[in-house]
Ligand binder design. Structure first.
Ligand SMILES: Cc1ncc(COP(=O)(O)O)c(C=O)c1O
Length: 329
């Protein structure tokens, strides 16, 4: 299968906001967007997006994972970017209609169809730096994707960054492109200087998240992760893993930890990234102030493997969906 995010279905769902109202949505052939060079998004970055997956089960139907949660997060991001907020019904039906039209293009589990709703400000006004975009385009792009878990015993090396932040506190829980632009430089620097795969952003010692995933510590008894606040993206995978872990008897310990505490905890706890693309991905080592510190023995831990399988089983229909996370199409 092609590299994640580089192959697309040949249709998108699209709707427009103008004159204070949303248009009906349409499924259209995928083609380049026509955008005025003065479009607000090109100058003032008025955009937000979502990312989640649909799976095709053996019964031939698709199941979208945590659709209402992702729609709600998109609405929150849109409001934070002062973009027109799409109705939940509009966005949900765009996703469902697109998935229905693409069922035959969804590869079998554990591969899936990655869905990328995107909202951009299209107001033609380069003088509107301090004004919202009163016009917008909302589209849903679909991309068949393979399974990251194929990598077997692979682990990640993270640079612990205790100075620079991933983004501002104001936009930390908003899924907007500017946040990824801000994290890109530090991530490339970490790769070049230390061979690190990702940066764990810990501004002033507060352990937050990486550029595109949440961070969890797991032992046989508990999961430790940062409590929800405005500094980081509230991952749906994080939430799902915490609930499945609670079902399986783990203690859920949402608390702030410092870098010093982190370095102690990785002697006994597994470290893992969580996110839609990677599910749970084990961390093998941390680089801090030039030293590489192993997470336990440096290998993927059993609790990470167990919880990753528990989530994947729900997504692929191998375990009951007791939380009502799946939308059938
Ligand atoms: C910055 C950031 N944090 C966390 C996540 C994980 O979120 P989710 O589990 O909803 O995919 C993502 C991925 O979307 C992300 O980009």
């Amino acid at each position: 299968m092609a590299q994640f995010g580089t192959e697309f279905c040949d249709h998108i769902a699209i709707a427009r906001f103008e004159n204070d109202a949303w248009s009906a949505s349409f499924i259209e052939p995928l083609k380049p967007l026509s955008l005025h060079p003065a479009a607000h998004v090109l100058h003032y970055a008025s955009s937000c997006f979502e990312g989640f997956k649909a799976y095709r089960w053996e019964d031939g139907k698709a199941r979208i994972f945590r659709l209402p949660g992702h729609v709600a997060r998109m609405q929150k991001s849109a409001a934070s970017m002062r973009l027109p907020v799409p109705d939940a019904d509009l966005l949900s039906s765009m996703v469902i209609d697109l998935v229905a039209s693409q069922i035959d293009n969804i590869p079998p589990p554990p591969s899936s169809l990655y869905l990328r709703p995107t909202l951009i400000g299209t107001l033609e006004n380069i003088g509107a730096a301090a004004a919202p975009s009163s016009e917008a385009t909302l589209f849903v792009l679909a991309s068949p994707v393979g399974d990251y878990f194929d990598c077997g015993t692979a682990t990640l090396k993270l640079l612990v960054e205790d100075q620079r932040a991933r983004t501002t506190e104001q936009l930390g829980s908003t899924k907007t492109g500017g946040n990824y632009a801000a994290a890109l430089g530090p991530t490339l620097d970490a790769k070049e200087q230390y061979g690190a795969d990702q940066v764990l952003f810990c501004p002033d010692g507060d352990v937050q998240e990486t550029g595109a995933a949440n961070f969890l510590l797991i032992s046989d008894e508990e999961i430790i992760t940062k409590p929800l606040d405005s500094t980081f993206l509230h991952g749906m995978t994080r939430d799902s893993i915490l609930r499945l872990a609670a079902d399986n008897g783990y203690r859920i310990n949402e608390k702030n930890i410092t870098v010093d505490e982190l370095l102690e905890l990785v002697k006994t706890h597994e470290a893992t990234l969580s996110g839609t693309a990677v599910c749970l991905f084990p961390v093998g080592s941390l680089v801090y102030h030039g030293d590489e510190i192993m997470v336990r023995d440096g290998r993927p831990g059993p609790n990470t493997v167990r919880l990753r399988k528990a989530l994947q089983d729900v997504q692929c229909g191998q375990a009951p969906d007791t939380h009502g996370w799946l939308t059938e199409v």
